[in-house]
Every structure is written in structure tokens, then in C-alpha cells.
Design a protein around this ligand. Structure first.
Ligand code: ZN
Length: 142
């Protein structure tokens, strides 16, 4: 389960609408609790590193972006707990590309943006054997 505020969900939706018809992406900064729950405290939007021609269906996270996010989180005594991105004109369901590039334990939030408007937001967590994503329950806080 992942705890996230309605305000952060709104920010993810707004980022996806702003970059439409291209994908947006960013890091989820927060905390891991001992019981396995994650809390997202803030977002760290990322530049899309892919060539523009491929941006509509691919987002690449560069290792330097992950390092930067980890440094940023550590300064605030927080962790990188996941990654969010948009699916322009597609469902909020991870693609094979997403699975191939996923890290274990991280939360993956996907916003579906249809005709430029955010339509759906879902959270996912990869199975430990990398075989698939399972939908992760999002608990909305105020
Ligand atoms: Zn995706």
C-alpha cells in the first residue's frame, strides 16, 4: 500500500497534461515504513531523456537522474520510493517496456492522459520475480 495526498495526485495529473502528447516522468520521494507501507511526500519531476520522436511511448530514467534524486531525498532524510509517468492516449497500466525497466519495491504511478486530460491514475508494484506488475492500493490523504 502507498499513501499519497490528493494534492500530489493533482500534480502528477497536471504534469501529464502539460507534456501531452508526450510522456512526463518524475521521482516519488517519501518514506518506507517498517510494515512495508510507503508514503509519498513530494515529487521530483524529471526531464524526458528520450528523443522526441520516441517520447510518446517511452520514458528513460537516466542513472544520473536516479543519483540526483537519491541525493536530494537523503538531504531531506527521505528516500526515493518510486517513479511516476504518463501514458498519453493509453490506459494507466504498465507496458512491457515499463516491466523490463522496473526496479523491485518501488511504486510506479501511471496517469492516463486522454485527449490532453488526465483520466485515470493507478499505482503498481512489480512482482519480486519480475514476471509482472500488481496493482498497489493507494490510500489518499488530505
Ligand atoms: Zn509506461
Amino acid at each position: 500500500m502507498v499513501l499519497i495526498s490528493k494534492e500530489l495526485i493533482k500534480q502528477i495529473e497536471a504534469h501529464g497534461e502539460k507534456t501531452y502528447p508526450y510522456e512526463c516522468g518524475g521521482m516519488l520521494i517519501g518514506t518506507y515504513a517498517a510494515d512495508g507501507k510507503k508514503s509519498i511526500v513530494e515529487l521530483l519531476p524529471m526531464e524526458n531523456a528520450m528523443a522526441e520522436s520516441e517520447q510518446h511511448n517511452r520514458v528513460l530514467i537516466l542513472p544520473k537522474d536516479v543519483l540526483r534524486a537519491e541525493r536530494y531525498a537523503r538531504e531531506k532524510r527521505l528516500d526515493v520510493v518510486g517513479y511516476y509517468h504518463s501514458h498519453p492516449d493509453d490506459r494507466a497500466v504498465p507496458s512491457q517496456f515499463d516491466l523490463d525497466h522496473a526496479l523491485p519495491v518501488w511504486t510506479y504511478i501511471i496517469v492516463s492522459v486522454l485527449d490532453g486530460k488526465a483520466a485515470d491514475v493507478k499505482a503498481w508494484e512489480m512482482e519480486n520475480d519480475r514476471s509482472k506488475f500488481n496493482e498497489e492500493k493507494m490510500k489518499l490523504t488530505t
